[in-house]
Write a protein that binds this ligand. Structure first.
Ligand code: HEC
Length: 371
């Protein structure tokens, strides 16, 4: 008697799961059949489509998902494809999803995100197109690089994305030759083209753009090459505090001034390449809350710095020397948010390439406790 009770309990508990399993097995069979019978249009039958969608639901975000959508020519999942492309641009599924959107002429959907207010999303979509790197992707990217209505971080992402394919590199080279490249992208594009595997592109770019110079007036190698070098942590730490003047603006574990962000855990936040970019081209991507403000005073004087506080009556600005200055609003003519970082763009000039690698090596050791 008791045994039957337990048996019934197991049956009832187990049954919903088994029903799901049965459904999943059925759906899998349908999908397999559809893959074999290539003549059937999934989109024409609501029942078949429902089975395929249930099957896909369990595989969201994977390369298998994108593969099935491609092979079955399934329509109506474009938003999910875009989500995958944005979330994992540098993966098989991300590239597959973005490629499919381009092939199916959903360029509008892609541009909608690039044009949207969310800069982080826009730069990720752009990155995805760069990893796709085919003619269709390049065509979408081309007009964006010179479009000054777009923010600098988006245009920088576009230049980097174009630099991932030969077609894109050639296009960047043409823009440089025609002198159409916006000056704020000089560093990004020089870095991309000096690192090209095409010798003629490297020779050609050298006629137009230089990489930043170090202490001995020697140009730096491109960042991809710098990032491969190994540095001396102790020397980097010393440079950070002394010659390179980083401590004038950055705190590390309680030491240093607070003009820029605290760098005590920067090694957990940025890749080596991103650290080189932060130092050599600070305005390419300005950290949130660290935008530079220019306060134009009635006297004609202009004071630049970070905005520490602002009320109806006054504004407080922290200048590059870490001095806070407060101005009464009735003596202020205009307050402008600048697109230029407060961090100087030529800090490498007092260092050698080796010094710079040492500083980045040191930054790389600054990790969140326990990692
Ligand atoms: C005059 C002040 C100043 C000096 C000197 C300076 N920085 Fe900065 N730094 C800033 C400011 C302000 C920011 C934030 C704005 C931005 O992202 O450009 C910043 C941002 C950074 C970032 C990015 C931080 C993040 O969270 O993304 C890194 C890395 C960095 N600096 C490293 C350095 C190093 C290394 C040096 C020395 C070689 C240095 N800085 C010298 C002011 C300075």
């Amino acid at each position: 008697m008791r045994l039957t009770c337990v048996f019934i309990m197991i049956l009832t508990l187990g049954s919903p799961l088994r029903a799901d399993d049965a459904q999943a097995a059925k759906d899998a069979t349908i999908v397999e059949t559809l893959l074999r019978l290539k003549t059937i249009d999934v989109n024409a039958s609501a029942k078949l489509k429902a089975a395929v969608l249930r099957h896909l639901e369990l595989r969201k975000g994977t390369a298998k998902y994108v593969e099935l959508v491609t092979k079955l020519k399934l329509r109506g999942v474009e938003e999910e494809l875009l989500r995958v492309a944005i979330e994992d641009p540098a993966t098989t599924q991300g590239v597959g999803a973005a490629t499919l959107l381009l092939e199916r002429e959903h360029v509008g959907l892609i541009l909608e995100r690039i044009d949207g207010k969310d800069e982080a999303v826009a730069t990720k979509v752009v990155a995805a197109l760069g990893y796709v790197g085919n003619k269709q992707a390049i065509e979408v990217l081309k007009p964006l690089v010179t479009d000054q209505t777009r923010s600098r971080p988006v245009r920088t992402a576009v230049a980097n994305a174009l630099g991932r394919s030969r077609l894109g590199e050639r296009f960047l080279m043409t823009i440089v030759e025609q002198e159409k490249l916006p000056a704020d992208l000089n560093f990004t594009v020089a870095n991309v083209l000096y690192a090209s595997t095409d010798e003629t592109i490297r020779a050609e770019i050298a006629k137009y753009l230089k990489l930043p110079e170090t202490a001995n007036s020697k140009p730096l190698p491109p960042i991809t090459e710098l990032a491969k070098r190994k540095g001396d942590v102790a020397h980097g730490s010393e440079l950070f505090k002394m010659k390179a003047t980083c401590s004038k603006c950055h705190k590390v574990r309680g030491e240093g001034k607070e003009v820029g962000p605290d760098l005590s855990e920067i090694g957990s936040k940025l890749s080596r390449e991103a650290m080189f970019v932060s130092i050599l081209d600070p305005s390419a991507g300005i950290s949130h809350n660290y935008e530079t403000y220019q306060v134009i005073l009635d006297s004609g004087n202009i004071v630049s710095g970070l905005k520490i506080s602002e009320t109806d009556d006054e504004i407080t600005i922290r200048d590059p020397e870490s001095i806070d200055k407060t101005f009464a609003k009735d003596g202020v003519e205009e307050i402008i948010k600048s697109t230029i970082s407060l961090m100087p763009a030529d800090l490498q000039k007092t260092m050698s390439a080796e010094d710079l690698v040492d500083v980045v090596e040191f930054l790389g050791t600054l990790k969140k406790p326990g990692t």
